[in-house]
Write a protein that binds this ligand. Structure first.
Ligand code: GRF
Length: 202
């Protein structure tokens, strides 16, 4: 199975995926890593692992649709079965989302449907929530609104800061994202009319 990973930053989720591929916990190959921001640590991680990588800078495009077209063209040149958003911080157009329907995954740092969008850790703390966490979901045209596949919960502590909470949530992201990717690669994971189906171990 071929995978393309899209990143914008540090790439710690990318690293978890690379590690899982190397240990065969994910039975797939990462065909390419694409960043919309130059110079980010995630690109170094790809280079270190010997993975094809490139930058498609959104700032080089005046229109979102043109950026998405360029991104699609690059992704499709690698013919992936699965496209993985790993800290990719651009909102994608409906045309893009439709093109990869059922094979586009995202990790979001909250227990969806709570806290869609940005600054999820700060908002959970502000609300005095007891629980926080992360969600892996299929991407649909609705921002952070696609069907959720798995969530990992984290207990919020009295002395938590945005940073300490984010760090604990990220530990969970690095566990559950590779798991879900492997399910997809095994052909066990699918979505039909917004309903997630995870088949028994094959
Ligand atoms: C993750 O916490 C992810 O949930 C959020 O952005 C962060 C990306 O981190 N959307 P990294 O680039 O994988 O280290």
């Amino acid at each position: 199975t071929g995978i393309v990973v899209l990143i914008s930053g540090s790439g710690s989720n990318l690293q978890a995926i690379i590690d899982a591929v190397q240990s065969r916990a994910i039975e797939a190959d990462i065909r390419a890593v694409i960043s919309n921001r130059p110079g980010v640590q995630g690109l170094q991680r790809a280079a270190q692992a010997g993975i094809t990588h490139c930058v498609i800078d959104h700032k080089d495009f005046t229109e979102r649709a043109a950026f998405d077209q360029a991104l699609m063209q690059e992704i499709d040149s690698h013919q992936p079965a699965l496209v993985v958003l790993a800290g990719f911080m651009r909102v994608l157009t409906p045309a893009f989302v439709r093109h990869y329907e059922g094979r586009l995954l995202n990790v979001h740092p909250s227990l969806l449907p709570d806290y869609r969008g940005l600054h999820t850790h700060a908002r959970a703390l502000e609300d005095g929530a007891d629980w926080h966490g992360c969600s892996i979901h299929f991407v649909t045209a609705e921002l952070d609104g696609g069907p959720v596949i798995i969530q990992a919960r984290v207990n919020i502590k009295a002395n938590d800061t945005e940073e300490s909470l984010a760090a604990r949530v990220q530990i969970q992201e690095h566990i559950v994202y590779p798991l879900v990717i492997q399910w997809f690669c095994q052909g066990r994971l699918s979505v039909h009319e917004g309903k997630i189906k995870i088949d028994d171990q094959v």
